[in-house]
Design a binder for this molecule. Structure first.
Ligand code: ARG
Length: 458
């Protein structure tokens, strides 16, 4: 005879291989706290609805408290024979309190139970992740405030484009992370809906009070259709999509950190504790952490793809396929959480090499647009001015120098509108300061934006 709660209609137990193949206890035991929380609320509701006696309700509370102690002390042995976390806990409860444990499942199915557990668990994880996003934003905004006036080349096509403030560059990521945080908050609204009461798929014949259970579990809404409640995992997919975007943002920043740390750039250095050496090349200091973040973004995107494909052909209502939602979801949460934690610490240990950044701006004609704007302000149409500056750049390139290194007479040979005041716009600092409007890279704007974020994040 099998040990299973559902074995009554079977002539033989499942084979060993099937037991291992279908069991989920190895990973879903992670939902134990949520499962107990959900069961306690369900039991209280059953009692308040007159379905469960006061004695049963008291016994269930006592038994669950003991199970929580057993989990905390590590004395609870999870059993593969009991398939998943739900049946493990129910069986322990029955072992401890007898018949009341067997009555707990009245008006409920594992289908609405598991959907409820995942939502309860994920809701808590989203709150944690949001705090970590905000901590990383704080670290970035602090560094940005410190380096609002550090000038570096801004790139398009990875070619030198225009001077930008290093602080401005960092705040671009603070903005991205701000939207990631919004997406998490928005996704949480749809996670925070209660499937419990849907039972297997059609609801239950017992006079349940779903509002009571929802209130006890702090669910904002109740799933309004029993088939939908047990079937869809769109909330998990949505979370993983938001997590993928977050990871992509961090992957892009990682790519930049890696490039900036290369001696060819030499814009920053990462603290030693985030790097590793080489077993053969004694000189190496490798940016392993950002490289791994870049790599792990692929892993989370993979989980998103996995969950989408898991869902795509399932007919209503619950199918066992859905048991496969947990490992990708758990791993996404772990990966995002660990990545955010390590990232905030890493950003707080960045050394900024301002002189190298400035030296790089002086190569690549980063202020060519400033010269074009200068000529427009003197009356030349922009397209003509673009042409003039392009010729000046070609000349400087042949001479092997920057625009600012050309003599005034040489510059004037390209346009007689050019005067002594041109050198003010050709410096990197002049270029930065000139972009002094909302969203621009002028240090004054960058300081204001960093302060705005820090006040908002405090
Ligand atoms: N372990 C299952 C899962 O994760 C629980 C629900 C099982 N329901 C069922 N009818 N077999 O989805």
């Amino acid at each position: 005879m099998s040990n299973k709660t559902w074995s009554g209609r079977f002539d033989e137990p499942v084979s060993e291989l099937v037991k291992q193949y279908t069991g989920s206890i190895d990973f879903d035991k992670r939902l134990a706290q949520a499962d107990i929380q959900g069961s306690l609320a369900h039991a209280q509701m059953l009692h308040e609805a007159g379905i469960l006696s006061a004695q049963d309700w008291a016994d269930i509370r006592r038994g669950m408290a003991e199970i929580q102690d057993d989990i905390a002390s590590g004395s609870l042995q999870w059993s593969l024979d009991l398939e998943d976390v739900h049946m493990n806990i129910e069986r322990r409860l029955t072992d401890k309190i007898g018949d009341a444990g067997k009555r707990l499942h009245t008006g409920r199915s594992r289908n609405d139970q598991v959907a409820t557990d995942i939502r309860l668990w994920l809701r808590g994880e989203i709150d944690l992740i949001r705090n970590l996003i905000r901590d990383l934003q704080t670290a970035l905004a602090e560094l940005a405030a410190q380096h609002a006036d550090a000038v570096m080349p801004g790139f398009t096509h990875l070619q030198v484009a225009q001077p930008v403030s290093f602080g401005h560059h960092l705040l671009a990521y603070v903005e991205m992370l701000g939207r990631d945080d919004e997406r998490m908050a928005d996704c949480r609204k749809r996670v925070n809906r209660m499937p419990l009461g849907a039972a297997a798929l059609a609801g239950t014949t017992f006079p349940i009070q779903r509002e009571t259970t929802a209130k006890l579990l702090d669910f904002e809404q109740i799933c309004q259709n029993s088939l939908d409640a047990v079937s869809d995992r769109d909330f998990a997919i949505e979370f993983t999509a938001a997590a993928s975007l977050l990871m992509i943002h961090l992957s892009r920043l990682s790519e930049e950190l890696i490039v900036w740390m290369s001696p060819r750039f030499g814009f920053i250095d990462l603290a030693d504790r985030f790097c590793t050496g080489s077993s053969i090349m004694p000189q190496k200091k490798n940016p392993d952490v950002p490289e791994l973040v870049r790599g792990k973004s692929g892993r989370v995107i993979g989980h998103l793809t996995g969950l989408l494909v898991l869902m795509k052909s399932q007919p209503l209502a619950y199918n066992k396929d859905n048991q496969e939602d947990k490992e990708p979801l758990f791993d996404t949460v772990d990966t995002v959480r660990d990545t955010l934690r390590i990232y905030a610490d890493m950003m707080r240990g960045v050394t900024v090499k301002r002189e190298n950044m400035r030296a790089a701006v002086l190569q690549g004609f980063a202020t060519a647009t400033d010269l074009a704007d200068y000529l427009v302000k003197k009356g030349l149409p922009f397209r003509d001015s673009h042409e003039v500056v392009a010729r000046a750049v070609r000349h400087a390139e042949q001479q092997g120098c920057d625009l600012a290194d050309l003599a005034l007479e040489t510059l004037q040979s390209f346009s007689d509108l050019i005067a002594e005041d041109v050198f003010a716009v050709l410096t990197p600092e002049g270029s930065l300061n000139a972009r002094n409007h909302l969203g621009g890279t002028a240090p004054e704007q960058v300081r204001a934006q960093a302060a705005r974020w820090l006040a908002q994040l405090a």
